[in-house]
Design a protein around this ligand. Structure first.
Ligand SMILES: Cc1cc2nc3c(=O)[nH]c(=O)nc-3n(C[C@H](O)[C@H](O)[C@H](O)COP(=O)(O)OP(=O)(O)OC[C@H]3O[C@@H](n4cnc5c(N)ncnc54)[C@H](O)[C@@H]3O)c2cc1C
Length: 386
């Protein structure tokens, strides 16, 4: 557990007054990512007395920070609470983006977590000796090199938007124009303007209803004949009503095949999602939101030597220990699923990852953790026994 202390300047380090000297060049555990599961992992490591370095490429809770303003979680507060700290919301309903970010920052302060924010891990490679992995980072003042016995990836699975393509490969022309975005921040910019939203799952439906309510003229293009069944149960009837009454214009079974500054060419598709030739039509729009999902960037994992499997590029790991095909390298949180084509991992079923890793490291079970972690583990062991 001993760590070698090296004097280093990092004006970006978060937490604690001691910014000059950090026991960091060698460490037991290097933890990558400070989303909810990264924070829960950090608290477990701290409770067990591990020497660890926690790195975050952006700011704490970066993924949540780009949710639309005032967006509500689908999951109940007690399911996304971490470290055994209750999450109370203002109106006792699902947490908003703002409430959850503020809660997570409170966790960082309450547990005195030391997180090196704005420090991105760029390379992890095996090396000789007891500190088995060398980790390189980049940050605003340069970068660091660390050596660690164990590396835990809690890097999430939403590193960038899924590209809009014609055939799975060829990018649609015009997606880089300034009035086209893959991130819905808030409805205000679209007031009184013609907005096309591309997508038919929850994010698209939610943005469509909010922008409609904020005074935009909203149209929705989706490649399937009906909106997705996974849309929040309170939202689905609402958007279907608005579509039925032509308040939101719905273009089912269409895909945008070309975007210009003033128009979008929509191409009808069949049930097999193939474009039907010679049936394109143009519609005028001021703004386009491409809300067709996000994907994991698995390149760091691949360079590290973690095998990525299947269309989702799921990191190869043992689900009972969360250890990858590399000894001492673990996955936790939604990153363990790779790009989620259908959502399987949520915050609520990732708490157990923390316990599995702590057990594999040979530690006592964490106490500062969402109790769902143990419910999940018990359920799984019952399934395994039966
Ligand atoms: C609109 C919206 C609504 C959602 N609603 C829900 C919901 O109701 N319930 C739910 O469970 N989930 C929901 N999600 C998904 C939710 O964001 C994730 O489940 C959650 O953030 C996963 O937590 P995590 O800790 O595994 O990863 P993340 O929160 O994604 O954290 C990963 C962190 O790792 C950092 N990182 C990545 N690469 C590096 C690197 N190389 N070096 C250093 N740091 C790195 C990132 O900057 C990020 O801060 C929603 C997502 C969206 C977009």
């Amino acid at each position: 557990m001993a760590a070698h202390c090296v004097k280093t300047e990092n004006p970006w380090r978060l937490g604690g007054a001691d910014v000059d000297c950090l026991d960091m060049k060698t460490t037991d555990v290097l933890l990558i990512g400070a989303g909810p599961i990264g924070l829960e992992m950090a608290v477990a490591l701290q409770e067990a007395g591990y020497e660890y370095v926690h790195l975050e490429a952006r700011q704490v809770a970066h993924t949540i920070s780009w949710f639309p303003k005032q967006a509500r979680f689908f999951s109940s507060p007690e399911r996304i609470a971490i470290c055994g700290v209750p999450l109370r919301t203002l109106d006792q309903s699902k947490a908003t983006r703002e409430e959850y970010i503020s809660y997570l920052l409170g966790i960082v302060q309450q547990f005195g977590l030391q997180i090196r924010t704005y420090e991105r891990v760029t390379r992890v490679s095996p090396c000789e000796g007891e500190y088995r992995y060398e980790v390189e980072t980049s940050c605003p003042y340069g970068g660091e090199t660390y050596r660690a016995r164990h590396v835990i990836f809690t890097i999430g699975d939403m590193h960038g938007p899924r590209p809009l393509t014609l055939d799975g490969e060829t990018p649609v022309e015009g997606t880089n124009l300034p009035h086209v975005s893959s991130y819905f921040d808030e409805p205000h910019p679209y007031f009184g303007r013609k907005l096309l939203i591309v997508g038919g799952r929850n994010s698209a439906a939610e943005a469509a209803v909010r922008c409609y309510r904020a005074g935009a003229q909203v149209a929705l293009s989706y490649r399937r004949s009906e909106l997705d069944s996974s849309i929040k149960y309170w939202l689905k009837p609402e958007i279907e009503w608005l579509i039925r009454h032509d308040e939101i214009k719905f273009f089912p079974q269409t895909v945008p095949s070309r975007i210009s500054r003033t128009h979008v060419t929509l191409s009808p598709v069949g049930d097999d999602l193939a474009i039907i030739p010679d049936s394109d039509f143009d519609e005028a729009f001021d703004f386009i939101l491409l809300l067709i999902g996000y994907r994991m960037d698995g390149s760091l994992l691949a360079r590290t030597g973690v095998e990525l499997e299947g269309a989702s590029q799921t990191p190869n790991h043992d689900p009972t220990t969360m250890e990858t095909n590399l000894s001492g390298v673990y996955m936790a949180g939604t990153a363990a699923a790779g790009t989620q084509l259908r959502f399987k991992l949520f915050i609520e079923n990732c708490h157990a990852h923390v316990v599995r890793i702590m057990r594999h490291l040979g530690s006592k079970d964490p106490t500062h953790i969402n109790p769902l972690a143990y419910t999940d583990l018990k359920r799984r062991s019952l399934i395994a026994e039966s």
